[in-house]
Design a protein around this ligand. Sequence first.
Ligand code: HEC
Length: 230
Amino acid sequence: MFGVKAGSCLIVVALSISVVACNRQQIARRLDFNQDVQPILASRCFSCHGPDPEMRKAGLRLDLAEWAMKKRDGHRDAIVPGHPEKSELVKRIESKDPHYLMPQTAQDEAKPMSAYEIAILREWIKQGAVYRPHWAFEAPIRPAIPHNTGGDPWVKNPIDGFILAKLEKEGLQPSPETDKPTMSILSTGCLPSLPSANSARAIGSTTPDTLILTACIMTTAGTFGPTATT
Ligand code: HEC
């Protein structure tokens, strides 16, 4: 009898572990601090663990690496690079206990993050919790062009290469190319400054050169955005 009970208990334990594993979102790419991590920390944590010493809670500051990883007497390590399971930060954001869970509201109420946000912070710590300075202070690095011209016929210049790569990532197909008259109407609507009837006449020939010329005239005229056209 005991054996049966022990057996059923084991099954229950095994099931609950698999449920936890299924609920956890996986991120399978190299994360970029500025693009992926900083926006989450800034919107979710900095109000209480950011630069403002008046508002800071538990002496924990998460916006600078040296502070976030500093040993604090009587406190567990918030971030242990490479070890999400040893990091108090991860325990706090994954906790099911509303008194322990982070982030909180100013009224001390639990305010859980999305599964995606939790997975990003966990994965970032797993990848070494690398902080980077604001992108404006970093030397730009030219990225590899994902699709070169001469490969996919849709790609006519390097910018198309990046667009196609993003479409593929989202599982989308490029739309068919718009005909020239529609394109002229769209461009006059977006960049008004010439009266639309005049611009339609001006680009009546709808050759690519005329289109580019019209767009140039409109942008250099100094007006931007969808204001009223006559
Ligand atoms: C509205 C305020 C508030 C926000 C927002 C907030 N926290 Fe906290 N946090 C606290 C308070 C208060 C404590 C101390 C009480 C406690 O330990 O629960 C704390 C404690 C912690 C601790 C334990 C610190 C220690 O060493 O004792 C960690 C880790 C932590 N927060 C992580 C986070 C993370 C990560 C976020 C964002 C996802 C976050 N917190 C957002 C208020 C906040």
